[in-house]
Design a protein around this ligand. Structure first.
Ligand code: PLP
Length: 464
């Protein structure tokens, strides 16, 4: 299996190379040259399999033989051993046709752990094999950074730098990044928004001499390996509904920011999983919702919300969705993104727009609605949900009907205690295994939004 860039101007790579490089050298994102299909028999067999076994079957075709079967099994076992729940991604029934997929039982309490724990293991294997050292740089709206630091802390072949928006994340998120004491962990707070941090990371990757000098690797959701890991829980959750024997389909609602999670749903659908609608749920930063309504893609200002992991207006992975909407025409994708750079916007062509509408639907929740949903599900089902999950549940309401709906619960409510308590009057408790977070001391470097300063800091840190 080879991977090609959405912009068509970078060399094609195997799985391992695509994983280690992150962003393609032409500014595009790597996608598999073809999407593997599952046959019916294999589908049916999933109903009796564990999460770990499903993960092996789903990911194997994407790895394309660069990692042996036994090694892959081993990696998967290790990646998910620290999840505080046997089922890894339990499916909870809310009402007759509505299910909540809990993705927050990993070490940092958000769905990002599913991908990050896996690529932590995969990086380790590849780097020791190649005797290489890399510098990982990522931007975070809170959860990616904590998951990355947790996955890479103490791994000697890796230095991990995480840029987060100063004041733009919850205290639990910040502490998860600033309390690890390992010397290879560098939490950097940036004077700006998440989009600022993400733009810095893109600029660092596009500076090819810097990129080569420090051996840059990316673990943001642009990294294909993360998408691949997230495909697994679409399969596991549908298999738990017991419908893979029938012709029934399922809808998914996904709280969306950078479009990685929902794009994994699209890949699952292309692999043959019986998904009807993929519903994008956005908070007040509703650029994707507007794009789906109007075919106009235009950068907007970012507003802070109580669901900070979705405070994003430029969704990197949407480029992958466009690539498929344009029938894999990379020249068109390249043209659109040049236009975005020059004019701050582009218009999606008619055919491509129709293709997007075939798979994706969307809705949005403002702050008041998000609080209301947290309160309502608290009363109705006796569960606490985080604000991101609440945005999804609000949007899902409009699509409940004949087909089963699976709503993704993307973070643990205790990761966002202030908003949850304000909505419900109940303070969500951190699970025991992470409850010492507030006792540890913090370590963080504050930097301005200036590329040269950031580059110098990185070079100094990795030299010591
Ligand atoms: C990252 C994140 C999201 C958004 O996921 P994307 O893959 O970026 O669309 C939603 N909710 C939570 C809690 C997150 O951490």
């Amino acid at each position: 299996m080879q991977y090609v860039s959405t912009r068509g101007l970078a060399p094609s790579l195997n799985f391992e190379e695509a994983m280690l490089s992150g962003l393609a050298r032409d500014g595009g994102l790597y996608v598999p040259e073809h999407i593997p299909k599952f046959d019916k028999k294999l589908f049916r067999s999933l109903e009796r399999k564990s999460y770990i076994e499903i993960a092996f079957l789903v990911m194997k075709p994407f790895i394309g033989g660069v990692i042996g079967d036994n090694e892959l099994r081993d990696v998967i076992e290790k990646a998910y051993v620290n999840f505080g729940y046997g089922e890894k991604a339990p499916l909870i029934k809310l009402s007759d046709n509505h299910f909540l997929l809990e993705l927050f039982h990993g070490p940092t309490l958000a769905f990002k752990d599913f991908a990050m724990q896996l690529i932590g293991q995969l990086f380790q294997i590849s780097l020791s094999k190649n005797k290489k050292k890399v510098t990982i740089i990522g931007a975070t709206s809170g959860d990616t950074g904590s998951a990355a630091i947790e996955a890479f802390r103490g791994i000697s072949q890796v230095d991990v730098f995480i840029l987060f928006p100063e004041g733009g994340i919850s205290e639990v998120q910040r502490r998860q990044m600033t309390t690890p004491s390992e010397a290879n962990v560098h939490a950097i707070s940036i004077d700006g928004s998440f989009d600022t941090c993400q733009a810095i990371v893109k600029d660092l990757f596009n500076d090819l001499s810097f990129r080569d000098e420090v051996n840059l690797a990316g673990v943001n959701s642009i990294n294909w390996a993360r998408i691949m890991a997230q495909v697994v829980y679409y399969f596991s959750s549908v298999s738990r509904l017991g419908i893979l024997n029938s012709n029934q389909k399922v809808n998914f609602t996904v709280p969306t920011g950078n479009f990685g999670d929902i794009f994994a749903g699209y890949i699952s659908k292309q692999m043959g999983l019986p998904i009807s609608k993929l519903i994008i749920a956005t908070n007040q930063n509703d650029m994707l919702h507007r794009t789906l309504q109007t075919a106009e893609y235009e950068k907007g200002e970012v507003f802070s919300s109580i669901s900070p992991s979705m405070d994003i207006q430029v969704s990197s992975n949407f480029e992958r969705a466009l690539y498929y909407a344009y029938d894999q025409n990379s020249a068109e994708v390249d043209r659109l993104f040049s236009e975005l750079k020059a004019e701050g916007k582009f218009r999606i062509g008619q055919n491509a727009y129709r293709n997007l509408q075939k798979h994706y639907h969307s809705g949005t929740a403002n702050e008041t609605e998000t609080y209301q949903v947290m309160k309502k599900v608290g009363a109705q089902y006796d569960i606490l949900v985080c604000p991101h999950t609440a945005v999804g549940l609000h949007v899902a309401e409009d699509y409940l009907g004949d087909l089963p709906m699976i709503s993704l619960a993307t973070a643990h409510p205790a990761k966002f205690p202030v908003a949850v308590e304000k909505a419900t009057d109940i303070k969500p408790e951190l699970p025991e295994r992470v409850s010492n977070l507030f006792l540890k001391s913090e370590r963080v470097t504050k930097l301005p939004n200036r590329l040269e300063v950031i580059k110098e800091t990185i070079k100094e840190r990795i030299a010591t």
